[in-house]
Design a binder for this molecule. Structure first.
Ligand SMILES: NC(=O)CC[C@H](N)C(=O)O
Length: 302
């Protein structure tokens, strides 16, 4: 495993320069483009890493998996009355489908869906931002995980499109709380700062029937774990979910910070980070690294 990870980092490095670091907020635009890391965590808790696997980065939309997990945990199947389970085929922050589908987002991993999920958490939890922090600290087994206030504030100052999405859903009756409050929580989840190692450990519950590392009780049921992994395969990479399934072939979730997590059910989680993105907003070198990873180890689910 260790030599495979070292080889992957060396082989993928030349791709740096072909993508574009997210620049919609200054705090993300400043991240050095040449970073590249990979970490693997196995269901029995072994961690392997290479490159910049311990450096912290903004997890952005990877947090949508955590908020979905919390929401499923709290409300169960009721959630699916307010958000769909189908791929959108459109970019993560698109508004067009929402109008003709009457304010019901296609899935929980596009921004519209994640905002509905955040709205549910806002209603159900007394301190949603704090609860999320507590959850990730527990999952990553790292009490030092924080949400970067500067990133969250900057996102809020550039939130016109996400606010438009939320207000459109509100006009259809699919949004209960004040838009500003939910946006603040949503951005605080997106601004979580974690490393590849933290994230590989955090998501091991998705490879292990809902059981986090070192916990004595499951976070979600095996059935819910299967459901989240299915949604990751079909919707985790936005309008590139098909290409990702074709090239990488495992459940995955990307974020505009350049991170991507992948799940090999029953076996391991893998997290890659490279800040330069392709046109769909997914890490360019990160996707290539995962493609090599699953191909070399013969680990696709297909
Ligand atoms: N794809 C992403 O990572 C998007 C997250 C970003 N904070 C947004 O809401 O636009």
């Amino acid at each position: 495993m260790q030599s495979t990870l070292d080889d992957i980092i060396a082989e993928v490095k030349p791709l740096i320069g072909q993508g574009k670091v997210a620049d919609y907020i200054p705090a993300l635009a400043e991240v050095p483009a040449n970073r590249l890391g990979i970490a693997v965590c196995t269901v029995d808790g072994k961690v392997f890493k290479a490159g910049d696997a311990d450096e912290l980065f903004s997890i952005q939309s990877i947090s949508k998996v955590l908020s979905l997990t919390l929401a499923i945990n709290r409300v169960g199947d009721e959630l699916w009355e307010r958000v769909g389970k189908e791929p959108s085929g459109l970019s993560f922050n698109s508004l067009v489908q929402l109008e003709y589908e009457k304010g019901i987002p296609r899935n929980p991993f596009i921004n519209a869906g994640a905002l509905v999920v955040s709205d549910v958490l806002q209603s159900r939890l007394s301190a949603p931002k704090h609860r999320m922090l507590e959850l990730v600290r527990g999952l990553a087994d790292d009490p030092a995980v924080i949400s970067d206030k500067r990133v969250a504030r900057s996102e809020y100052q550039h939130s016109d499109r996400n606010a438009a999405i939320a207000y459109l859903m509100k006009s259809f009756g699919n949004f209960s709380n004040r838009v500003e409050d939910v946006l603040r929580s949503y951005f605080s989840y997106c601004a979580l700062k974690m490393s590849c190692v933290d994230l590989a450990k955090t998501f091991i519950y998705l490879a292990n029937q809902g059981r986090p590392l070192g916990w004595n009780k499951p976070l979600i049921t095996p059935k819910q774990t299967k459901q989240i992994n299915a949604l990751l395969v079909t919707c985790g990479l936005y309008d590139e979910a098909g290409d990702f399934a074709y090239r990488v072939g495992i459940p995955g979730k990307s974020g505009v910070g350049g991170g991507i997590i992948g799940v090999v059910p029953g076996e391991l989680t893998v997290c890659v980070w490279s800040p330069e993105l392709n046109k769909s907003g997914n890490s360019l070198a990160g996707t290539a690294a995962l493609e090599l990873f699953t191909s070399r180890l013969g680990r696709s689910i297909f």
